[in-house]
Design a binder for this molecule. Sequence first.
Ligand SMILES: *[C@@H]1O[C@H](CO)[C@@H](O)[C@H](O)[C@H]1NC(C)=O
Ligand SMILES: *[C@@H]1O[C@H](CO)[C@@H](O)[C@H](O)[C@H]1NC(C)=O
Length: 551
Amino acid sequence: MDVSRLLLSFILVIATPGAYSDSSCVHLNTESYKLLEGEAFYYVLDEVEPNLPDENMTWFKNGPEIQNITTDETQMIHYHGGALLFLNISVNDSGHYTAREITPGGCYLYHLKIAVYNGSSGENLNYGDNKISDLNKRVTCPDPVVKTCTAFNGTFTWFKGNNFLSGHHKNELRVDNATKKDEDTYTCVCTWKHNHKEYKSSGSRKLFVPDPIVNSNVEILSPSEPEQLVEIGASTVLNCTVFCGINAKRGCDANWHINGKPVNQMEGYNETKLLTEQPSGRTFFTAILTIEKVSKEDFTHEFKCRGLGYYGGAYKNVTLIKTETVTTLIIKIMCVSLIGVFTTALVKYFATDLVLLFRPYFTSTRHKKDTRMYDAYVVYQTESLDEETEETLSTFVTKILPSVLEDQCGYRLFIQGRDDIPGEDHVEMVESCIKQSKRLMIILTPGSGSKMRSHASNQTSAIGGLDWQVGLHHALVQSEMSVILIQLGETWPQDYAHLPLSLQHLIRKSAPLRWSESSKKASEGNSRFWKRVRYLMPATPAKKNYIPAVI
Ligand SMILES: *[C@@H]1O[C@H](CO)[C@@H](O)[C@H](O)[C@H]1NC(C)=O
Ligand SMILES: *[C@@H]1O[C@H](CO)[C@@H](O)[C@H](O)[C@H]1NC(C)=O
């Protein structure tokens, strides 16, 4: 191998990496075709002058080896200027062809890619679709076929599927009053002659006949309600969906306006749009408005969903309504409960005062007259008390109790020990006085439990015991009088252990009212303690109803 040939092959390697290329040339168009084996294919470069001398143009097939194409008309593949002819194309002819044009102005490269299939390959060789509409009632023969037929003065024939359509010899096929039945693949075949030999070139298109178009009046499907509940600060979505008709894409639109302004450029709002055509042809348009964070102002805005169709529009307004957040709801429930509890407590606390306040207005008419002589029969423990307790009890029973209930409130009490009439039969007297009393007031004293228990067995508290027994009998068994329990000083549960069982039961049922000597208001009728006592006392003092026969 000499040096010059080595140099040449080196240059070729640089210049042709796989496909032919020439860095000084300008690459122009690339076209691609799918062709049927056995037909003829005539390809013309539109950009090239029709009568360009063959010397100014070279055609070749790219590949591992570049194959130059001849101008020899007897060859299956040959060219003339800007036209390339495949007389009987075969699968092997598939590939990338290039035309190189040299003009005084420069060098141009044109590219053609063809793929050849045989008839049984099943490959879709259509040149695209034809859609029949009111404005277009034709299937057009594909361009390369028309050019071939024009150049060689050939004849057109048409096929619908595999069926020959007689009488049609134009470069387009009119389809009048198209229905779904006309949908098919239409093929135009051009038969032409070259050097007294006959060739065929064909091209197919698929024809679609759309469903009839029904443009209805626009119907707004969403929003369905004029109000939408939202939480302040939350994000929300407003759906504007309209129905435009059947196959009614044309002019179908929907959008949102806020206070009359289109939403698309407002900050904080985002609108996405979508046209939906169902297989049945039903056409919808949806505009989704997203409010990233609902503000106070949004509750005053007017959100308008506007639908547009072929024949006009419709709209629907939506306003946002504030809903309670879960937190505010919980707080509200808690407040209401608290107020409820507070009110109940208040009413309970002041119930005594309220009853005392209104009692004079209601009782006299509502209750039938009770003619018993005493308002209360007062019993207390007389035996086994220590000195301090005895003093307290004595002060309470002889001074404070009469001072408040009798002097201040006008009640009449029978106080054991004070009101006993000497010389009378004690048993009889107790019996009749208790019968004449509306309440049994039992004064309990503290800390005497243990002593009481020891004495109880000796019957030392016989006098007190009798009062108590008769009283409790009337109160509990005959239910003639209610019991008022008053406790002097502190007590503990075990302090009641010595008392009769029935009394213990009473104590458990309602706690005794506790009187404390040290309290400042111990002897004032309007203290809490005395109000509670008065509450339990009869509404109308006995004096008002009872007129004593003997004074
Ligand atoms: C909007 O409303 C339409 C009609 O009610 C409904 O079909 C669609 O699913 C809704 N879209 C969204 C995103 O909520
Ligand atoms: C609007 O919403 C769409 C879909 O959710 C999103 O892709 C887009 O980024 C949003 N645009 C703006 C401006 O937030």
